[in-house]
Design a protein around this ligand. Structure first.
Ligand code: HEM
Ligand SMILES: *[C@@H]1O[C@H](CO)[C@@H](O)[C@H](O)[C@H]1NC(C)=O
Ligand SMILES: *[C@@H]1O[C@H](CO)[C@@H](O)[C@H](O)[C@H]1NC(C)=O
Ligand SMILES: *[C@@H]1O[C@H](CO)[C@@H](O)[C@H](O)[C@H]1NC(C)=O
Ligand SMILES: *[C@@H]1O[C@H](CO)[C@@H](O)[C@H](O)[C@H]1NC(C)=O
Ligand SMILES: *[C@@H]1O[C@H](CO)[C@@H](O)[C@H](O)[C@H]1NC(C)=O
Length: 255
């Protein structure tokens, strides 16, 4: 049986096609895990990082982010390194473990509930509707709408969550996350991004290729995001709820 030439040809075709993932979107199947991060989940749903969501290395995340989004390593390296602390493995992480509260996961998210209020892992349309309904009549999200959404989502958390954590750390993460979705799905210098693309990213954790999105030709780095991130920081009327210690997260001359 095994020596039949037809079986051998089929076997070698199957073997040859296995290493090159087609990067088609595929919802996670039973046993595959996902995170509170729409970015990592989208990369996994397209096979730019392991579709299992388990045992992922920092290098796989860095390579996947460039291949899928053209997001450069310095934009996400700190978050990825923090992510390792979500589990016991020395140099890999599982996506679902990233729901660990106050490691990278934070309150006042765009699309996930605060940890103290409920499910902080899965997409929540009720919360996301704040962003989806911002600036009606326009087809675009902008750094200005991103700042408004950050303010509205934080106001809601402060009103409803007596345990809200809102320090400079969370604010920096949230402003970086906003800059990432604006840059990936919009113009990397103006941060003007079609709502349709961003909504598909959040709701389906899918790259909106059929809808006309193209991967940025420009590598998305802290430098390219600098202006829009500064704008968001300056225009979200943010004040801290608690102080945190000064954050030492890398050699600042580099990142
Ligand atoms: C690959 C590029 C990435 C993109 C485009 C991206 C994008 C985003 C966005 C837009 C959010 C906000 C979700 C919301 O507020 O509802 C988010 C949240 C999150 N990201 Fe990512 N991210 C990326 C990489 C990473 C990395 C490397 C890690 C760590 C290993 C990470 C961990 C998280 C976590 C834990 C959250 C949840 C925070 C929360 O809302 O509570 N992300 N990300
Ligand atoms: C990170 O990206 C930069 C370009 O932005 C590149 O020069 C560098 O080699 C990358 N680092 C690693 C470890 O791949
Ligand atoms: C907030 O945390 C305190 C203790 O840290 C706890 O007693 C209380 O139940 C928490 N409240 C909520 C809404 O989770
Ligand atoms: C979504 O979030 C809202 C507001 O916190 C909450 O009332 C609702 O139960 C959540 N929905 C799901 C499906 O968890
Ligand atoms: C911030 O405050 C200013 C002045 O009160 C106001 O004009 C602006 O709309 C506020 N921005 C947000 C995002 O709430
Ligand atoms: C981004 O916007 C700038 C300023 O409006 C424009 O010059 C540039 O061509 C746009 N880039 C892309 C890729 O559309």
């Amino acid at each position: 049986m095994l020596s039949s030439p037809i079986v051998l040809v089929l076997a070698s075709v199957a073997f040859a096609s296995k290493p090159s993932d087609s990067h088609a979107w595929q919802a996670p199947t039973a046993g595959q895990v996902r995170s509170p991060c729409p970015g990592l989940n989208t990369l996994a749903n397209h096979g730019y990082i392991p579709r299992s969501g388990k045992g992922i290395t920092i290098t796989e995340i860095m390579d996947g982010a460039v291949a899928g989004f053209n997001v450069g390593n310095t934009s996400i390296l700190q978050a990825a390194k923090f992510g390792l602390l979500s589990g016991l493995a020395f140099d890999t992480l599982d996506l679902d473990a990233l729901a660990l509260h106050n490691l990278v996961e934070h309150d006042a998210s765009i699309s996930r509930q605060d940890w103290a209020l409920g499910d902080n892992l899965h997409f929540n349309e009720t919360l996301f509707s704040v962003m989806a309904n911002i600036n009606p009549g326009s087809d675009f999200y902008t750094p200005e709408t991103a700042a408004q959404v950050q303010k509205m989502r934080l106001d809601d958390s402060i009103a409803r969550n007596p345990n809200v954590t809102n320090t400079d750390k969370e604010f920096q993460l949230r402003s970086r996350e906003s800059s990432l979705y604006l840059s990936i799905f919009g113009n990397t210098s103006t941060g003007v991004a079609p709502k349709e693309f961003v909504n598909i990213f959040f709701r389906e954790e899918r790259l909106p290729i059929e809808e006309g999105w193209k991967r940025s030709e420009i590598l998305i780095t802290p430098d390219t995001m600098n202006d829009m991130e500064d704008f968001i920081v300056a225009n979200s009327n943010w004040t801290q709820s608690q102080a945190c210690e000064p954050l030492v997260i890398g050699p600042h001359s580099v990142i």
